[in-house]
Write a new protein. Structure first.
Length: 452
C-alpha cells in the first residue's frame, strides 16, 4: 500500500499547473460503480459523478469501454468539415429523437464551454441570415456559470470569476435570480429583464441565455413558473432567441432527457455535454429547433466554425453507447422516479441542523443551501469558508461532494451540490445521505463555536 503522503499532490511538487495553488490534491487511482479509490487504498462514495457531474453512469463500465475500443479499431478519427461518419450520424438522430419537439438538427463539440459558445454563434448566425445584423447583445442571469472561455465567461455577471479578463469580453447584460431571498414570485426578475431590453434596445438583443435548472452557481435552483411564462411573452414580442445551457441537466440528470421538458417554455437552442459522454469521452452537442436551422439553410447555408475533434467517430461511438445504456436500463426513468424520494431523504437527514436552510431537488441534481444559524436567514460570514469546510469534512468521512462559496455580489451564499451517478443503488444513496448528514453535523458544531 502506498504511503499517505503519496496520495496527495501539492502545487509546489507537481509539473501540473493547478487550479488552486493552496489546495492539496488527493490522488485517485481507480473507480468502480459509484466508488473511487485513492493511492492508499481508501475508498470514497462519489456523490458528484466524477466531481463535475459528468460520470453519470459510474466508473468502470465495461460495455462503454468495449464500444470505444471497437470503434477505435475501426476508425477513431476523421474531421467533420468535409467528411462524416456513421457514429456521428446515428448519435445526432438519437439525440433528436429524445429532444423536445421541434429540435431537428445537432452539432457536436468536445465540451460544455464549446457547446455554449457555439450556441451563441448559432444565435448570431440565425439573426444575420434573417437580415437582422444589429442583434448581438445577450441577456443572462447574473448568478450563473457557463464556462471558462472568454465568450462564456462574459455570460455571467459574477465579477470574481471575470477579473482580470474583462478586457477581452463583450459587455452583456445581466439580471438577478428570482430566489426566495430576493424575488420569490419572479416579477422583479421580469422587470429587470424589461429594463435590460430597454437599455440594449430590443432590436439589438440576440438571445436570453440561461440554465433551465442551475448547477454549480445556484445548485438545483429554477425560477418560478411566472418568470418562464413572462420570458416567453417577451421572446414573442421582441424576437430574440432563448438558449438553454443544459451542460449538466441534459441527458437525464433531472429525470428528463432534457430539463426543458419540465418547463412551461421551449428554448430555441440547447447546449449539452457532460452526461453525453458519461465521463468516458469528451463530447458535447448543440441542438437547434427547426426554425433556427431553416433560417441558416435559407440564408448563408454554412456554419463552418468548429474544433478538431467535433463529431469524431470515437467520441460519438461512446455517446451512442451511453444512450444505449440509458435506454436499456431505463435510467432516466429511474432518476425521475427516485429523485423526489432522494430529496426527501436528504432533507429529513439534515432538517435539525441549524445552518441548513433548505434542500432543493430535480432528479439526481440536488442543492443544499446554508444560512447563518443565528437568524436562519442571513448569509454566513464569507471568511468562515463554510462550504469548503463541508467538502473537507465529507471527504474525511469517505464522501465526495462539491460546494460553492459566497459570491462578491451578494447574490449567493454557501451551498453544496449533491449529484450522484444514475446507477447508484438505494443502499449506496442511503450511505451518501448518512455520510453527508454526519459531515454537516460536525461542521454545524464547529460553526456554533465560531459564532458565539
Amino acid at each position: 500500500m502506498a504511503r499517505a503522503r503519496d496520495a496527495v499532490v501539492l502545487a509546489q511538487s507537481t509539473h501540473v499547473l493547478p487550479l488552486e495553488f493552496n489546495r492539496r490534491y488527493p490522488v485517485l487511482v481507480r473507480g468502480e460503480g459509484v466508488w473511487v479509490e485513492d493511492a492508499t487504498g481508501k475508498r470514497y462514495l462519489d456523490a458528484m459523478s466524477g466531481g463535475s457531474m459528468a460520470a453519470t453512469l459510474g466508473h468502470g463500465r465495461k460495455d462503454i469501454i468495449a464500444a470505444a475500443r471497437a470503434q477505435a479499431e475501426k476508425l477513431s478519427y476523421v474531421h467533420n468539415e468535409r467528411l462524416t461518419n456513421p457514429p456521428q450520424e446515428r448519435l445526432a438522430a438519437e439525440l433528436a429523437g429524445v429532444a423536445p419537439n421541434g429540435f431537428t438538427r445537432v452539432r457536436f463539440v468536445t465540451g460544455g464551454a464549446e457547446a455554449n459558445e457555439m450556441a451563441l454563434q448559432l444565435a448570431r448566425r440565425y439573426h444575420v441570415d434573417r437580415g437582422e445584423t444589429k442583434r448581438w447583445q445577450v441577456i443572462s442571469p447574473a448568478q450563473a456559470y457557463h464556462g471558462p472561455t472568454m465568450a462564456t465567461l462574459a455570460l455571467t455577471g459574477r465579477p470574481g470569476l471575470k477579473r482580470p479578463f474583462e478586457i477581452y469580453m463583450s459587455e452583456h447584460l445581466h439580471i438577478r435570480p428570482s430566489t426566495w431571498r430576493f424575488d420569490p414570485s419572479g416579477e422583479q426578475a421580469l422587470q429587470e429583464l424589461d429594463r435590460a431590453l430597454e437599455a440594449a434596445g430590443p432590436d439589438n438583443v440576440s438571445a436570453y441565455f440561461c440554465e433551465p435548472i442551475s448547477a454549480a452557481a445556484l445548485p438545483s435552483y429554477s425560477p418560478p413558473k411566472r418568470f418562464w411564462e413572462g420570458l416567453g411573452e417577451r421572446r414573442d414580442k421582441h424576437g430574440f432567441l432563448i438558449c438553454f445551457d443544459e451542460i449538466v441537466t441534459g441527458v437525464g440528470r433531472t429525470g428528463h432527457w432534457f430539463a426543458a421538458e419540465s418547463l412551461p417554455i421551449l428554448p430555441d437552442i440547447i447546449a449539452t455535454a457532460k452526461g453525453l459522454g458519461a465521463g468516458y469521452a469528451a463530447i458535447g452537442a448543440v441542438l437547434v429547433r427547426d426554425h433556427v436551422y431553416q433560417a441558416i439553410a435559407n440564408g448563408s447555408r454554412k456554419f463552418t466554425l468548429g474544433h478538431t475533434w467535433d463529431g469524431a467517430p470515437l467520441s460519438c461511438a461512446v455517446g451512442l453507447a451511453v444512450m444505449d445504456v440509458l435506454k436499456k436500463e431505463k435510467l432516466v426513468e429511474r432518476v425521475h422516479d427516485r429523485g423526489p424520494r432522494l430529496r426527501d431523504e436528504l432533507a429529513a437527514a439534515v432538517k435539525d441542523i441549524p445552518f441548513v436552510h433548505e434542500v432543493r431537488g430535480h432528479g439526481f441534481l440536488l442543492g443544499v443551501e446554508y444560512v447563518d444559524p443565528r437568524d436562519r436567514k442571513s448569509f454566513l460570514p464569507p471568511d468562515l469558508r463554510t462550504a469548503g469546510r463541508v467538502d473537507d469534512v465529507a471527504f474525511e468521512h469517505g464522501l465526495i461532494t462539491y460546494s460553492t462559496m459566497p459570491t462578491r455580489d451578494g447574490l449567493a451564499g454557501d451551498q453544496t451540490l449533491f449529484a450522484p451517478p444514475f446507477t447508484s443503488t438505494d443502499a449506496e444513496l442511503a450511505q451518501m445521505v448518512e455520510r453527508f448528514a454526519t459531515a454537516l453535523k460536525q461542521v454545524g458544531r464547529e460553526l456554533e463555536a465560531k459564532l458565539q
